[in-house]
Write a protein that binds this ligand. Structure first.
Ligand code: PHE
Length: 502
């Protein structure tokens, strides 16, 4: 028959010699092929309807070393029981253990099971039997003896009672379970027809070697055809975590758009996290509810006094900005408090304090912390995609265009900007994106133009566009997740299934 390989032919011929029916082991022995090779050949032959594979599965149990030990010397509780009987039914635990010759590590087991089987009780350091004569062997002990004698038993053949006994022994960690499979091959009618014709067995090679060529032997061998459509084994190569891939992409897109990356520390003073952004010191977001304050050290250092005073004045009465300020007494001590930064806007404003010359285009993709209830859309530790553009004559339109371009490069088309409020921007907006799986718009983050109250203390004269949006929310859309916690769950199945970014 055309297309059969050497191994398949050999297996077929071996089956013929067994009258068309034999176990895989027998075929392997007869044909001289390895067991696995016969199985592979059998699969192909069965696909071609030349062979039928009959499979029988059953489960066997064998005793492990400890089990064998108990089978020979008796279960620890039985040994303790016998010792106590010899001692007149009552003795101190130490004495009974000595009499029974139990090793220290099995004493608790012996005592526990003595009580469980209701053979005796332990009162303080004393051990007393509930029985006068020795109770007969339980199902667990009988099974133990049978298993020792027979080496292994078939679970399916056990009675209900013995199955239960086996379960007890398994829980006591005395047995090993194993599934056995027996496979028998049988020629089909078509298989018989093929086998009867007799098959020409020519040597097959999978590789053309120099030896074959120089010796001329290549003329007589058959070169195996590869089945390129055959399914191969699934492999799970190491790869970057999907979230890391998205961070990388976000970075690359900003770099592509002419931005420079900046980074700052996770721990910031309240000054940079809040005050420099014109958030009053009694702003609700500062409260313990949302912000993680450091217990030790509690305070950090403030920047040069000129800047601090300008921020203080702006908060108190608006300073030179034309604003009335928040009208309260600004506290240096409050501004010194250290926090886990609640947003990366702390880094962009800090950058502006020392880089005043436009044009400025910087971004950061980094971690922030908020004391939030963790839910399907909230995490307490997450990433923000932050950035600013500072230049003469830039407007809100430029900001919308920049963000639209960024998300478009990410592949997100459905982006909208909705009005919003932040104490440090005017106008302010929120960026929302459509989540196809949740079938609704979700908030990605905030944006706006820094207010004069923010810019004046930094001595910035040109308009500054700013935004800070959530990375995990973006990842949810990108990866089709309806629960943000999946990103940190380390679920191997999900990690394996999630393809690499394009
Ligand atoms: N910092 C804001 C937040 O964390 C986002 C934002 C950044 C808003 C810059 C306006 C300007 O939600």
């Amino acid at each position: 028959m055309a297309g059969l390989r050497l191994h398949e032919k050999k297996a077929l011929m071996a089956l013929r010699s067994f009258d068309g029916k034999a176990s895989v082991e027998d075929v392997a022995e007869k044909s001289g092929l390895a067991h696995a090779t016969v199985m592979r050949a059998a699969l192909t032959l069965s696909e071609r309807n030349l062979v039928k594979i009959h499979e029988r599965k059953w489960n066997v149990a064998t005793l492990n070393e400890e089990g064998e030990d108990y089978a020979q010397y008796g279960l620890p509780e039985r040994r303790l029981l016998r010792a106590l009987l010899r001692l007149g039914g009552e003795a101190s635990v130490d004495e009974a253990v000595r009499e029974a010759g139990l090793a220290a590590e099995i004493v608790p087991i012996a005592l526990g099971w003595l009580k469980r089987k209701n053979w005796g009780v332990i009162k303080g350091k004393k051990c007393m039997l509930n029985v006068k004569v020795e109770p007969s062997l339980g199902a667990d002990e009988k099974l133990l003896a049978t298993m020792f004698e027979k080496r292994s038993i078939t679970i399916e053949d056990l009675s209900r009672e013995l199955k239960q006994a086996l379960e007890t022994l398994r829980k006591r960690n005395l047995v090993e379970l194993e599934e056995k499979v027996h496979r028998e091959l049988e020629l089909t009618e078509e298989g018989w027809r093929t086998a009867k014709k007799g098959l020409e067995i020519t040597e097959e090679v999978t590789q053309l070697t120099p030896e074959l060529i120089t010796s001329g032997r290549w003329r007589n061998v058959k070169i195996t055809k590869f089945d390129v459509a055959a399914p191969g084994p699934v492999v799970y190569p190491g790869k970057m975590h999907p979230l890391q891939q998205i961070i990388q992409r976000a970075r690359e897109i900003f770099l592509e758009m002419g931005f420079m990356e900046i980074r700052g520390p996770l721990v910031e003073t309240a000054f940079w996290n809040f005050d420099a952004l014109f958030q009053p010191q009694d702003h609700p977001a500062r409260e313990m509810m949302d912000t993680f304050y450091l217990a030790y050290p509690q305070k950090g250092r403030l920047p040069p006094q000129r800047l601090v005073e300008a921020v203080a004045k702006t908060h108190e009465d608006g300073w030179i900005t034309g604003s009335k300020g928040w009208r309260y007494k600004w506290s240096h001590e409050e501004a010194k408090r250290l926090v886990l930064r609640t947003h990366t806007t702390a880094e962009t404003i800090k950058y502006l304090a020392t880089h005043r010359k436009p044009p400025i285009k910087v971004f950061s993709v980094d971690r922030v912390y908020r004391n939030e209830q963790v839910t399907y859309k909230h995490l307490a530790e997450f990433h923000q995609i932050e950035g600013i553009v500072a230049d003469k004559n830039v407007t809100l339109r430029d900001l919308m265009g920049t963000l639209k371009t960024f998300y478009m490069k990410f592949g997100l088309e459905k982006i909208e900007f909705w009005p919003s409020y932040f104490p440090y921007t005017e106008p302010s907006a929120q960026v929302v994106a459509y989540h196809p799986k949740l079938e609704r718009w979700i908030e990605l983050g905030g944006m706006g133009m820094f207010r004069p109250e923010v810019l004046a203390p930094m001595r910035i004269k040109c308009p500054v566009l700013a935004w800070g949006t959530g990375l995990e929310r973006l990842a949810m859309i990108e990866l089709g997740l309806d629960d943000v916690r999946m990103l940190y769950a380390n679920s191997l199945g999900w990690l394996r299934r999630t393809p690499l970014c394009q």
